[in-house]
Write a new protein. Structure first.
Ligand SMILES: Nc1nc2c(c(=O)[nH]1)N[C@H]1C(S)=C(S)[C@@H](COP(=O)(O)O)O[C@H]1N2
Ligand SMILES: [Mo]
Length: 252
């Protein structure tokens, strides 16, 4: 753990200046230097850390009484508001793209699958952390049901919210590789701290990908897509904030 933090910290400090907030990032280095730093960090971490190494977990007593909501906290999109008005009874999670058997699952169907609960620390790039308990279904379970095609390399999360709250605004999206997608702690959470996931934290379904920084944890998920490349999505960098300067690999 210490060695991992030291190594990635040293690499990141040497190659790139870290972003300061969940706002437009200001970079001092060229795009090329940034990509080199990111690639080094990712490869060093993948070499040092076994694919299934677990993020630290905490006790109930350590749960933050005031877990901070961040980014979108109440999506304005009309499709989201219509689902929310009905307690998400009409919600379906779509899993498609490079899969053998596309899925469309209600919340009851997601809850009927084996559940996993974990108490973990959320680490936002802005510099704050909060500890929370998350319950949900493992992403690996759903990917196995859908059957990934051999060409699939990344999993993309399409969300309901646009940060500018406009009906036609660019909606949040994120992507992870198959190592993180299959990690035992990578879950689609529908409960937080033992209760139904509240809207500010991403109702009805949000990602927990515990070895990555906060912005990778997509909230308000409407669709999960398996892709070979994310170059055709958004501005091509694999996520809403990545398109605005954040690193795609945000391992911690
Ligand atoms: N759909 C969506 N997911 C999102 C965001 C967002 O604005 N929209 N913000 C990200 C950021 S920067 C953080 S730190 C976490 C915040 O999660 P929380 O609101 O549960 O604290 O959600 C991440 N996932
Ligand atoms: Mo964040």
């Amino acid at each position: 753990m210490n060695r991992r933090r030291w190594l990635s910290g040293a690499l990141a400090a040497g190659m790139a200046s870290l972003v300061s907030a969940c706002g437009e990032a200001s970079w001092r280095l060229s795009d090329q230097a940034r990509r080199m730093g990111e690639g080094l960090t990712r490869r060093a971490q993948r070499l040092l850390i076994p694919a299934d190494a677990l993020a630290p977990t905490y006790s109930r007593a350590e749960i933050s009484p005031d877990f901070r909501p961040n980014g979108s906290i109440a999506p304005a999109a009309s499709d989201y508001r219509a689902l929310n008005a009905d307690g998400f009874a009409g919600y379906r999670l779509v899993i498609d793209g490079l899969v053998e058997r596309p899925l469309s699952l209600s919340l009851a169907e997601l809850r009927a699958r084996p559940a996993r609960t974990q108490i973990t620390k959320h680490d936002c790039v802005e510099g704050w952390t909060s500890i929370g308990e998350w319950t949900g279904v493992r992403l690996a379970t759903l990917l196995d049901e859908a059957g990934l095609k051999p060409e699939a390399r990344y999993i993309v999360f399409h969300c309901f919210d646009a940060l500018d709250q406009r009906e036609d605004g660019e909606r949040y999206y994120e992507s992870i590789d198959l190592i993180d997608a299959r990690h035992p702690q990578t879950i689609l959470a529908y409960d937080m701290n033992g209760e139904t996931l509240p809207v500010p934290h991403g109702a009805p379904l949000r990602l927990r990908v515990e070895r990555q920084l906060g912005y990778k944890h997509a909230k308000y998920i409407r669709r999960i897509e398996a892709v070979e490349s994310f170059a055709h999505l958004g501005r091509g960098k694999g996520g809403y904030w990545e398109d605005r300067g954040y690193e795609w690999y945000a391992g911690i």
